[in-house]
Design a protein around this ligand. Structure first.
Ligand code: SF4
Length: 630
């Protein structure tokens, strides 16, 4: 097979064994790796009602067909599993270098089953797979873990690449992330699943390169695409010099910047934390680049920390989401402090989006008198109190006290415990905390969050861009009419990028039909036509949605918390707006080929070649039939 290796490493952590297994060519062709391939395995292999933190759950670390190839930003891997945060399928992505290195070792992915009796780490060098004692690493943060593993492995022909969890993952905190090369596969608690298996880290060193069907044609495309990326104003200037926070003032103008736990959508100190401030104050005029593998966009910048105790340490970032949710959403405007927090949270191995949200939620609860100092580890946890905010971050990372427990397990659990109406302003859907765009600022963003299979999600798709930011195709943020079709189409298109595993930011210039279809055909020789290629995105979504439906979730969960439906936005261009999910959700299901409860119909599944999913969902005693009979 060309493009993909067609090889997966199946690991049994219970007895420290492994086997290399083939991916059938028809499965490779129908999925291209990444999200679709992971969902294909997950719905078959993870049994319904599996406890996400039990040995029976399975963690898939998969790459896509373009990972490790010369394709622009071909550097992603996905961590997919049953999420302990949401109870459904989750797929969380990381860039950097680890994914390409896994491909260089000759694998498209790793399937992690079972649970090691004691802390273990894996080291993979091409065909050699070792299981090594990780007792001395247990308790270390991800920075220390990476450095120590490099020391332990000694001199290697090229630097090894390390993926690991921090203390949060070890103790199975629900906001735990998997960290590789200072990039986080952060969402959905994937780090907790890795921790539940007592797996501390996987280091990799490979000596091969993915085989391409039409190498010369592929390289011609790559050259031309990189030239265009180097001319596009977003990919060659905005992201390159001001990183992802280059959009912060635009989001603020719309009224969509989460501020003090989404109580308002504009932050009075927004200019202090936007991309221009970072360029000048943190990133050496925007030239401290630290891009992921094979990326000319270079949105990631490093900042050399100077805080006491952290002098000389390097933070990669902070990114927009981190800046908004730990910054404006907590009432913090000190970008050096936000960068330090970013470094510390990466070390503990946590999701900055979810943690920023959860601390902000607790701040609102504290200010409203719903919790007292007995639940804040004695801290005066008010918005803007930088010392308390940093102490809360450490408490969450270490799981210290009541605050640590509450902050590290997300807003849904915290709201359930605190009660007193706090669930109305706990900013999540399905248990996953909201990204940094207030869903009241646009009906597309609102629908996107409400029906997100992995919970509130800006990447599946990033519709806020079309509502407020882009100079390209725009949509009226206040109209509900076009949003069901827009979300359906853009979600499927985005899902293809998650299968082939490239960074979303290339889509500022490159498109599916003229760029990625051609790259994929040159890589694989499969000769896809456009429709067959587009079907891969829909297939990925329907596999994930079928997993969601099988766990008993449906329309009841495709909602937003009360604040976003009833409290109009207070500021910005979207002032006065609330989310109108009920006007859109039925039409959205219809366009997706799902029933009134949002369950993929047999006809839809059959049209995507997913007949085996029909048996899982609708077979005798299957969840859909059982629910109907009840
Ligand atoms: S644009 Fe940024 S996140 Fe995307 S691959 Fe490049 S450096 Fe990584």
């Amino acid at each position: 097979m060309k493009g993909l290796w067609g090889k997966l490493l199946r690991v049994n952590l219970t007895d420290h064994t492994y086997a290399v297994e083939d991916v059938a060519e028809d499965v490779a062709r129908a999925t291209l790796g990444g999200k679709a391939l992971a969902a294909h395995y997950a719905i078959r292999e993870i049994k319904r009602n599996t406890d996400p933190l039990s040995p029976e759950n399975i963690l898939y670390l998969f790459t896509g067909v373009l990972t490790g190839t010369p394709a622009p930003t071909g550097n992603r891997f996905v961590a997919a599993t049953k999420s302990p945060l949401t109870g459904s399928f989750t797929d969380s992505y990381g860039g950097g270098f680890w994914g390409p290195e896994l491909r260089f070792a000759g694998y498209d992915g790793i399937i992690l089953e079972g649970k090691s009796k004691a802390p273990v780490r894996m080291h993979i060098t091409d065909d050699k797979v070792e299981f090594l004692d990780a007792a001395e690493l247990w308790g270390m943060d991800t920075w220390e873990t990476t450095e120590r593993i490099k020391e332990l492995q000694g001199k290697t022909p090229r630097p090894i690449k390390v993926l690991s969890i921090g203390q949060a993952g070890e103790r199975m905190a629900l906001l735990a992330a998997i960290i590789a090369d200072a990039r986080a596969a952060a969402r959905g608690g994937v780090g907790a699943v890795m921790g539940s298996k007592n797996l501390k880290a996987i280091s990799v060193l490979g000596s091969k390169r993915p085989q391409l069907a039409m190498q010369k044609e592929f390289m011609t495309l790559v050259k031309e695409q990189n030239m265009r990326l180097n001319k596009n104003p977003v990919t060659s200037d905005a992201l390159r010099y001001r990183g992802t926070p280059n959009i912060l003032l635009g989001v603020n103008a719309a009224g969509g910047l989460p501020t003090r736990n989404f109580q308002t959508g504009q932050f009075e100190e927004a200019e202090k934390i936007d991309g221009e401030a970072m360029r000048k104050e943190l990133w050496n005029d925007g030239r401290n680049w630290h891009p992921c593998w094979n990326c000319t966009i270079k949105c990631t910048h490093f900042h050399v920390l100077d805080a006491p105790g952290y002098e000389g340490k390097i933070d990669d970032g902070p990114e927009y989401e981190t800046t908004a949710l730990l910054g404006s959403n907590c009432g913090i405007s000190d970008i050096k402090a936000i960068s330090l927090a970013d470094y510390i949270i990466d070390g503990y191995g946590m999701d900055t989006i979810s943690l920023g949200n959860t601390i902000a939620f607790l701040m609102e609860c504290y200010e409203k008198g719903l919790i007292g100092k007995d639940m804040t580890n004695g801290l005066d946890l008010r918005f803007g109190n930088k010392e308390a905010w940093m102490a809360a971050i450490h408490a969450a990372g270490k799981g210290e006290g009541e605050l640590g427990r509450l902050a590290s397990n997300g807003v849904r659990r915290a709201a359930e415990e605190i009660g007193q109406g706090s669930a109305d302003f706990a900013a999540h859907t399905k248990g996953q905390e909201m990204p940094a765009y207030d869903p009241r600022s646009g009906q597309g963003t609102a629908l996107s969050y409400a029906r997100g299979i992995r919970g509130a999600d800006h990447l599946k798709p990033w519709v806020f861009n079309k509502e407020w930011l882009t100079s390209g195709e725009r949509t009226d943020p206040f109209s509900t009419e076009d949003k069901p079709a827009l979300i359906k189409r853009d979600d499927a298109d985005s899902a293809i990028l998650d299968c082939i595993c490239v960074c979303r930011f290339v889509a500022n210039e490159l498109n599916l039909e003229n760029d990625f279809l051609m790259l994929v055909n040159a890589a694989t020789g499969f000769g896809y036509d456009l429709q067959e290629f587009l079907d891969i995105g829909e297939r990925a979504i329907n596999l994930a949605r079928a997993f969601y439906s099988r766990e008993g979730f449906g329309r009841r969960e495709d909602v937003l918390p009360k604040r976003f439906n009833t409290e109009p936005l207070k500021d910005g261009l979207a002032k006065g707006n609330v989310a109108k999910i009920e006007e859109m959700i039925g039409r959205y299901y219809e366009l997706c080929g799902w029933d009134d409860n949002g369950v993929p119909t047999k006809e839809k599944l059959r049209s995507l070649g997913l007949d085996f999913v029909i048996d899982i969902l609708y077979g005798e005693g299957g969840p859909v039939e059982t629910a109907r009979a009840a």
